[in-house]
Design a protein around this ligand. Structure first.
Ligand SMILES: *[C@@H]1O[C@H](CO)[C@@H](O)[C@H](O)[C@H]1NC(C)=O
Ligand SMILES: *[C@@H]1O[C@H](CO)[C@@H](O)[C@H](O)[C@H]1NC(C)=O
Ligand SMILES: *[C@@H]1O[C@H](CO)[C@@H](O)[C@H](O)[C@H]1NC(C)=O
Ligand SMILES: *[C@@H]1O[C@H](CO)[C@@H](O)[C@H](O)[C@H]1NC(C)=O
Ligand SMILES: *[C@@H]1O[C@H](CO)[C@@H](O)[C@H](O)[C@H]1NC(C)=O
Ligand SMILES: *[C@@H]1O[C@H](CO)[C@@H](O)[C@H](O)[C@H]1NC(C)=O
Ligand SMILES: *[C@@H]1O[C@H](CO)[C@@H](O)[C@H](O)[C@H]1NC(C)=O
Ligand SMILES: *[C@@H]1O[C@H](CO)[C@@H](O)[C@H](O)[C@H]1NC(C)=O
Length: 470
């Protein structure tokens, strides 16, 4: 048996199978420079931001590319065993999989302050909402009611909002269809190829979502894609909204202090300076509303939701000849990438920021790993349906080399392998391929080493940290 020493492991990813060249679109070298923002010839850096209403991710040509509308995920055509397992120098068995996934694509959170010129239609997807009697309660099942959004013609507020039949945000039909495909592909790898997943959900599987309907509805689609003929219902675990450890559930005043500091750094100001000409052009859409001009969150959210669901970029409400151009949208997206890389990697105090946002969730992941190490885990497969605001800080904690905004369905797979002799090794896939990090490629490392990387992001005392005064 050949045991890898830790020194051999993380040297520049030397022994990883080289991921498809398309994965290069994930790791731009100059993402933290203002040139990344202002140099229009960079365009999308090979990324994709457009999809038809009903599209899902089956395009062989583009699979593996950074694709905001449906990020790549483990798929049997591209999936490789960890290098030392593949060449037989190590015998190992997959013993634990924790899969973190952002919800699939959706309508925007943010409606332009000026109102919008195009409707957004959701009458092609039914969002079910009902409660039933719990196990052991003998009572009738309810009617399967679902949400159907409409606007009343007498409601005067619609004029400066958005026409159509959606909630903002909500899962779109394309998001649901892509959830099925995403999950069929997961089954192809972890079910058929590796024989790891059970043929039905059982007491070795465990599912969690945030409190958001987006993640819950994604879970329904994904779990159906994994188990197409399972006929019962399934529990989707959630923590209470106000204390949830994902999606910034628990409140933390120091987290807000740090965010204010981020927006006040000279790097952030330089970024806004670089994007100032663009912001001036977009004034008919932002109306200088500071929520839309201090960060590129809202603009990016608004534009990508349109483009990823078969719509056009917006036109000014009073001048339909003044429309956002693709060149402008590309710059908005690049600026968004810069911001995500800054929050979770480049900001000098990123570690503390991650602790306040994601430290408790990271702690929960580490508790799972510890149970696997101790051989006391009953759960083999956990799937967490969460948000970009969770994927980003976890990727930051892992030391991802460059972090573009984690797109729809973006995912991190923690695979734990038990090798002959009993010790546990880990691999971390980001969007289906080993993550490139400042520690090298996370292709095959002793679990203790991965724990060492993540442990620093677990605060010693979160309550005290959150009460820190600035
Ligand atoms: C197997 O792959 C590992 C990692 O790439 C390499 O270090 C090792 O030399 C290979 N062993 C054999 C027997 O090919
Ligand atoms: C960008 O990141 C690289 C690698 O971390 C660093 O060497 C460089 O100084 C950074 N540049 C800026 C402008 O922050
Ligand atoms: C802009 O980006 C292009 C393509 O990435 C590069 O070739 C060019 O040198 C850049 N221009 C400037 C002024 O940095
Ligand atoms: C995609 O590739 C797979 C395997 O390489 C092949 O079986 C399939 O037919 C291809 N699909 C399309 C749409 O080209
Ligand atoms: C559009 O035109 C209407 C009617 O003239 C006006 O009330 C409204 O403020 C304008 N909206 C914007 C965003 O300019
Ligand atoms: C899990 O289910 C299996 C089969 O139904 C059963 O044998 C086993 O005892 C259960 N394990 C736990 C920890 O509940
Ligand atoms: C913003 O930064 C400047 C110096 O760069 C500092 O004087 C000011 O107090 C900061 N403002 C806040 C709200 O932190
Ligand atoms: C937005 O700001 C610019 C520059 O300060 C100004 O010229 C413009 O009138 C402002 N627009 C609105 C709608 O306030």
């Amino acid at each position: 048996m050949f045991y890898l020493t830790s020194a051999a492991l993380l040297v520049g990813g030397a022994f990883a199978q080289v991921p498809s060249a398309l994965y290069g679109t994930f790791y731009p070298k100059n993402i933290n420079t203002t040139e990344w923002i202002s140099n229009d010839t960079i365009g999308t850096y090979g990324g994709i931001y457009q999809a038809g209403t009903y599209d899902w991710n089956v395009e062989n040509k583009t699979y593996g590319t950074y694709d905001y509308c449906f990020m790549p995920h483990p798929r049997v055509q591209e999936y490789r065993l960890p290098a030392p397992v593949a060449n037989g120098s190590v015998k190992a068995e997959l013993v634990y999989l924790q899969y973190l996934q952002r919800h699939q694509r959706r309508t925007p959170y943010n409606i332009l302050p000026t109102g919008e010129n195009q409707p957004f239609e959701c009458d092609n997807i039914d969002t079910y909402l009902y409660a039933g009697p719990g196990q052991g309660v003998s009572a009738q099942a309810p009617i399967d009611v679902y949400g159907e959004t409409y606007t009343d013609p007498t409601n005067p507020f619609v004029k400066t909002y958005i026409p159509g039949t959606c909630q903002y945000p909500q899962l779109t039909i394309g998001g649901l269809l892509d959830a099925y495909i995403h999950a069929q592909d997961l089954w192809g790898v972890y079910g058929e190829k590796l024989g790891f997943l059970p043929s039905c959900p059982d007491n070795t599987t465990w599912f969690r979502s945030s409190e958001s309907p987006l993640t819950q509805q994604t879970a329904g689609g994904v779990l159906r894609g994994i188990w197409p003929s399972y006929s019962k219902s399934l529990p989707l675990h959630q923590q209470a909204t106000d204390v949830d450890t994902v999606n910034e559930g628990f409140s933390c005043s120091y987290r807000n202090t740090i965010l204010a500091d981020i927006l006040n750094t000279s790097a952030w100001q330089a970024q806004l300076q670089a994007a100032a000409p663009l912001l001036a052009q977009l004034e008919p859409f932002t109306a200088n509303d500071s929520a839309w001009t201090q960060t590129f969150d809202h603009l990016s959210d608004n534009f990508q939701s349109r483009l990823c669901n078969g719509y056009h970029l917006p036109c000014a409400i009073n001048d339909t000849s003044d429309c956002v151009s693709m060149t402008q949208a590309d710059e908005v997206f690049r600026t968004g990438d810069w911001e995500w890389n800054y929050y979770w990697r480049a900001y000098p105090n990123a570690k503390t920021y991650i602790q306040t946002v994601e430290g408790l969730f990271i702690q929960e992941i580490l508790a799972r790993f510890a149970a696997v190490e101790a051989g006391t885990n009953t759960i083999k497969y956990e799937h967490d349906f969460i948000h970009d605001g969770d994927i980003g800080p976890v990727a930051g904690a892992l030391g991802i080399s460059s972090l573009r905004w984690p797109g729809m369905g973006s995912n991190i797979a923690f695979e734990l392998w038990r090798i002959d002799g009993g010790s546990i090794y880990a691999r971390v896939l980001y969007s289906g391929q080993p993550m490139e990090t400042i520690y090298g490629l996370l292709e095959w490392l002793p679990l203790s080493q991965l724990v060492g990387i993540l442990q620093e992001y677990v605060p010693e005392n979160i309550i005290q940290l959150c009460n820190t005064s600035s």
